[in-house]
Design a binder for this molecule. Structure first.
Ligand code: ADP
Ligand code: ADP
Ligand code: SF4
Length: 593
């Protein structure tokens, strides 16, 4: 094992501390230069002199230092290191031949770094960050392995690569239409627009379209590009379940005769489109190790179990377990909140929702295509938007997490908790004993919200809404920006909160695994036209199987359950199971249903 010292530079604020890391470091006190101040006045930690006591880690008021050991399994396999006390990546995914290779791991573990290296955007330095990186050394390193030919072609500029970047929000600043932007990428743009469902929207300016359309635009451009290797970094963000399944099918087809590499946090989608998967483990922002490739089913089951035997690595303390969803007996369903049919109209848009009942302790998933009125419905229940017709909204105490999170002001979660904890509606004990741990909030408790990443802000918002004592919880897209692990933890804690309070919880989301872990029942929204305007119609709640059936029938996709883990798996279109389930109307097969 090798000791590494990592400084999270964005968390280190040398002007706002007393230099505690250096003051208390035992080797420094003995006169050794274990920690010195760098030109930016931030600490530089010597890994040779460090004795691994961990004192600096605990003394730093901003938790900006990590002192860790890298696993023996990865020894001698460092591919890239950004700097002295910076992130390092061990090993790379294997690609080059036809097939879709998936990368699965938490945020900050090196997936994008691996992707950038394979795409030829970043040259790996093999750990030697002091000298310019050089592909001839890389060729030497990979001699005799599958990746040698790949890097040889890359070094000779014989590989054309194209990357669908992780963040698509920036496209909105480009002054172009969807069609022009996709065409600029080369290849058959019209076909890509058609297949991604963008053709009728092709004339829209990028500045005017929704996040989902920006994502589809970036995917269409990548799909149509004339390249040798294709990379997709998180293609499912902002997309609804139906778009996700369509895009998954397109990427899967692309990978039938070409190399494709994909980073994806939605397990149903990754499971469907990847031929093999590398798990990435390590410590976020410090180091990441790419596992050897595995068949997709094995990789995802291993990931859920949380233990990688080949490398003796545990990357979760508890396994994630799925259960089938038999309907609850009527005696277990105690009605809690009833709402009357609701209608909301905006110019050119109308959504209507049939009335329904939520039960004590019930978690209700809300699914359907984008722009059908799911957020509008939740806002009506929250009392944020008045219905045009129907209602009134239920008069119970509501805790609402909106879809779009705003980090206004420079207050931190800790400040907020201090302000709320005097009130009788704030459950401080649940916050401290459960939410802080389950949502990994400790390192960011004191960070101003406007300095948090999207995933951190999401976890804070989930925690604040679950810590309020309410009868009805409304969580709009809690899985957005979260990695797979965070999604699984969030699902668990949302259920625990509902059970603790005997409350009802509504969760609008697009991640099938997240919903399957969470939901007892489903409300389903469909697109509907109203005169010349667009809109939607929401129905339910239905029992899980019935709700998924209604959603999936519209897209002709079937799911089965994995025999070993009971997790849902998309059936290959036209396979024997797919045909059998369709003929029985079992789009979301559940052995206990
Ligand atoms: P992931 O895609 O798994 O979220 P990334 O590959 O984006 O992870 O990042 C892994 C780590 O590398 C992060 O801590 C990030 O801050 C760090 N990192 C990324 N790019 C650089 C860079 N150019 N210089 C220093 N550190 C970087
Ligand atoms: P979903 O959650 O299903 O994606 P939304 O409830 O967010 O759908 O919104 C559906 C549509 O309602 C939007 O595409 C927009 O046309 C319309 N809409 C929502 N809010 C407003 C508003 N405040 N003013 C005008 N139109 C709105
Ligand atoms: Fe010094 Fe290393 Fe101890 Fe930190 S962990 S205080 S750098 S010896």
């Amino acid at each position: 094992m090798t000791r590494i010292a990592v400084l999270l530079t964005d968390r280190c604020h040398p002007k706002e501390c007393q230099g505690e890391c250096r003051t208390y470091c035992p080797p420094v006190r003995m006169g050794q230069e274990c920690i010195v101040w760098g030109p930016d006045t931030k600490p530089i930690i010597s890994e040779d002199l460090c004795i691994g006591c961990g004192i600096c880690v605990h003394k730093c008021p901003f938790t900006a230092i990590k002192i860790l050991n890298t696993p023996e399994a990865a020894e001698g396999e460092m591919v890239h290191r950004y700097g002295q006390n910076a992130f390092r990546l061990f090993r790379l995914p294997v690609t080059g031949g036809p097939g879709t290779v998936g990368l699965l791991g938490s945020n900050g573990i090196g997936k994008t770094t691996a992707l950038r290296i394979l795409a030829g955007v970043e040259t790996p330095n093999l750990g030697d960050y002091e000298h310019p990186a050089d592909l001839t050394k890389v060729l030497e390193y990979y001699r005799g392995t599958e990746m040698h030919a790949y890097f040889r072609k890359l070094s000779r500029h014989e590989l054309r690569t194209v990357v669908k970047p992780q963040y698509v929000d920036g496209l909105a600043a480009i002054d172009q239409s969807i069609e022009d932007y996709v065409a600029e990428g080369g290849g058959n743009a019209a076909r890509a627009l058609e297949r991604t469902g963008l053709y009728s929207a092709r004339a829209k300016r990028l500045s005017e379209v929704s996040g989902g359309e920006l994502q589809l635009t970036a995917i269409a451009r990548t799909l149509s590009a004339d390249a040798d290797v294709y990379f997709f970094d998180e293609p499912s963000s902002y997309l609804d379940v139906i778009n996700r399944l369509t895009v998954a099918r397109l990427i899967r087809e692309l990978g039938e005769d070409r190399p494709v590499v994909i980073v994806e946090h939605d397990l149903a989608i990754l499971d469907y489109l990847a031929d093999r998967v590398h798990l990435l483990y390590g410590e976020a922002s410090a180091f990441g190790v790419v596992s050897h490739p595995m068949a997709t089913r094995t990789a995802i089951n291993t990931y859920l179990a949380g233990y990688l035997r080949e490398e003796n690595v545990r990357f979760r303390t508890e396994p994630v377990t799925f259960t089938s969803h038999p309907p609850k007996p009527p005696s277990a369903r105690i009605p809690l909140v009833t709402f009357a049919p609701l209608v909301k109209e905006y110019p050119g848009f109308r959504t209507e929702v049939t009335g329904g009942t939520f039960h004590k302790g019930e978690t209700v998933g809300v699914v359907g295509p984008n722009s059908t009125g799911k957020t509008t419905f939740v806002k009506m229940l929250a009392g944020v938007e008045p219905p045009t017709k129907g209602g009134p909204s239920p008069t119970v105490r509501v805790s609402y997490k909106p879809q779009y999170l705003k980090a206004q002001g420079d207050w931190s979660l800790q400040d907020r908790v201090m302000a709320l904890s005097g009130g009788k509606d704030f459950d401080l004990s649940f916050f401290e004993t459960d939410l802080v741990g389950s949502l990994s909030l400790r390192p960011i408790l004191g960070t101003p919200l406007n300095k948090l990443s999207g995933g951190e802000l999401q976890r804070v918002a989930i925690a604040l809404s679950l810590a309020m004592d309410a009868t009805l919880y409304l969580l709009d897209e809690p899985s957005a920006y979260l990695d797979t692990d965070e999604r699984m933890n969030a699902a668990r804690v949302i259920r625990r909160a509902a059970e603790r309070r005997g409350a009802a919880t509504l969760v609008v989301d697009h991640d099938v695994y997240f919903l399957d872990l969470l939901a007892d029942s489903l409300m389903v929204f469909h697109a509907a036209t109203h005169g010349t305007g667009k809109g939607g119609r929401g129905e339910g709640p239905y029992i899980m199987r019935e709700g998924m059936n209604r959603l999936l029938k519209a897209v002709e996709v079937t799911f089965r359950r994995d025999e070993e883990t009971l997790r849902p798996r998309v059936n290959k279109a036209g396979s024997a199971l797919d045909r059998e389930q369709k003929s029985k109307g079992e789009y979301y097969y559940d052995p206990a249903g």
